[in-house]
Structures are given as C-alpha cells and as structure tokens.
Design a protein around this ligand. Structure first.
Ligand code: AMP
Length: 285
C-alpha cells in the first residue's frame, strides 16, 4: 500500500490526471466530506474495482450547510482519512480549501428542481438550498476531475437520486454508481455524524433501521399500515421523526401503494445532537 498523492488545487488535479486521461485509463471519483468510515471505504473499494485511477475528494462543503447546522463542529481528521483512503486503494486524495472551490465572487449554482423540494429538501427541514449546495459542488468536482465513474452511497438516497438527475439533465459523461448502505451489526447506518452520539443515544439510534425493516415486513398492510408500524418502533425508542415517508424511488412523488414501482421509505430524526437519516427501498410484484 503506497500513500495517496494529496492534491489541493484544481490545476494540480488536472495535471495529475492528464497522463491517465491521455492514455484513456478509467478514472473513478469518490466525493466525501471526510471522517471516513466503512461506508466511504466501500465506495473507494468499488471505485478501485472498476477504475484504473481512483480519486477521493475530501471537502467539507460549506454550501450544503445552512446557518445553525454543524459546519463548524463537523468531525474532521485528515491524517486518519489519508491513511484509510490509502488502505482502501485511493491513488489521489483531492483536498482543496474552501477558497480554491469558491473563489471570491463565486456566483454560479446548479439546482435540480422538484426532487429537492421534498423529504430533506422540504422548506421546514434542510431545504432545497442544501441540495443546491450538493449539486453545485458535485458538478464542480465532475468538471475538475472529469471522471468516467462517480460513486455515491444509497445511505443518502435523495442525494443519489438528485445527482443522477443532474448528471442526466446536464449531460455529464460520468456514470453515476450508487452502492448499498454499510451498517453496524445492529443495523445503524454508518455516518460521520454517529460520532455525536453517546452510548445510550447510539443504542436508541438503531431504532431507525429497525423501523424501516418493520415498514418493509409490513408492506402487505399498505403504505399507511407500514408507516404506522414503523412509527411505533421509533416511538418505543423515544424517537419522534422529523419525517417518515414513502415515495416512489424514481420521482419522489408520494407512494400510493407497494404494488409494482419501487418505493423509497425514508426517515430523518434527531437523536441527541445528531440528525440521522436512513432509508429502505421496498420492491414488490
Ligand atoms: P459524506 O462524507 O457523508 O458526504 O459521504 C460521502 C459519500 O459516502 C456519499 O456518497 C454517501 O452517501 C456515502 N456514504 C455515507 N455513509 C454511507 C454508508 N453507511 N454506506 C454507504 N455509503 C455511505
């Protein structure tokens, strides 16, 4: 295992990738905000399998945090991230400063309409501005690295759907690859924000996945029945969800039933100081 090359400027990244691009080698990009865990590692490993050059970006993107969110306290440990990225097989870690990504006078944004008004994008929640921050930075990363493949996690299901739509609508040439959610043994989805949980919160947090599994196994009771059953599991753990909703996985319209189209059941809830999200896709005949 050799250490990845750490690059901090867009020009440096383009220079480093130039030989690979000239030789038509497959470039895979894994965007992250760092504080790596096994979920990120699974994306790097998937990129390693399918690409000849693996770039991991490490950038805590201020544009996707709103006032009052956890930008300043977001966990960071670059040395540990570099070691884990190397171990997982990244060739290049692109870790730019905020000034490199958003130079003075920055005034251009990419926004996906409709899909970003619901679930986390609802105005009473993180809002569409969160996704505008995500799509803008991902569009920029795609322009900077110009990868053949770009990897995201199903853990952030709405983000993956929004990015797929952006890539299609704006003709980015990268193939968007979405990998399954990596979980703790008790089902809790790995997240950098799990670092905020104390021991008892950590235990309660596993109810999110249990609730989604309950929704899945109650699908024969219809959408309302399945959501009621899931809500009861959350209530048992003392968790009042910010939302628990069933929406069609392709267009995020409210799901009427589980007959045919894949349905995304998504939950967001605050546990202690962590805002956690998780989801399951229910596919029935
Ligand atoms: P983040 O650093 O939280 O922005 O996440 C970077 C990428 O890792 C995103 O594509 C996430 O969806 C993905 N990711 C985060 N947690 C997990 C997980 N538990 N399993 C799989 N992918 C994940």
């Amino acid at each position: 295992m050799s250490s990845p090359q750490v690059i901090r400027t867009v020009a440096g990244l383009r220079d480093a990738l130039e030989p690979a691009r000239r030789d038509r080698r497959v470039i895979g990009l894994v965007p992250t905000m760092g504080f790596l865990h096994a979920g990120h590692v699974s994306l790097i490993e998937a990129a390693r399998e399918r690409s000849e050059i693996v770039v991991m970006s490490l950038f805590v993107n201020p544009a996707q945090f709103s006032e009052g969110e956890d930008l300043d306290s977001y966990p960071r440990d670059e040395q540990r991230d570099l070691a884990m990225a190397a171990e997982a097989g990244a060739d290049i870690v692109f870790a730019p400063s905020a000034e490199e990504v958003y130079p003075a006078g920055f005034s251009t944004h990419v926004a996906v309409e409709g899909l970003t008004d619901v679930l986390c994008g609802d105005p009473s929640r993180r809002g569409a501005a969160h996704f505008r921050g995500v799509t803008t930075v991902v569009a920029k990363l795609l322009n900077m690295a110009d990868p053949d493949l770009v990897f995201f996690g199903q853990k952030d299901a709405q983000q993956a759907i929004v990015i797929r739509r952006m890539a299609r609508d704006l003709d980015f040439r990268a193939e968007v690859v979405v990998m399954p959610t990596v979980r703790e043994p008790d089902g809790l989805a790995l997240s950098s924000r799990n670092a905020y949980l104390d021991e008892s919160e950590r235990e309660r947090a596993s109810a999110l996945n249990r609730a989604l599994e309950t929704a899945h196994s109650s699908a024969s009771s219809g959408v309302d029945g399945a959501l009621d059953a899931a809500r009861a599991v959350l209530a048992d753990a003392g968790i009042e969800p910010e939302y628990l909703e069933a929406r069609y996985a392709d267009d995020l319209e409210p799901a009427q039933n589980f007959n045919g189209r894949p349905v995304l059941v998504a939950v967001a809830a605050r546990v202690g100081r962590a805002r956690l999200i998780d989801n399951v896709v229910i596919e029935t005949e």
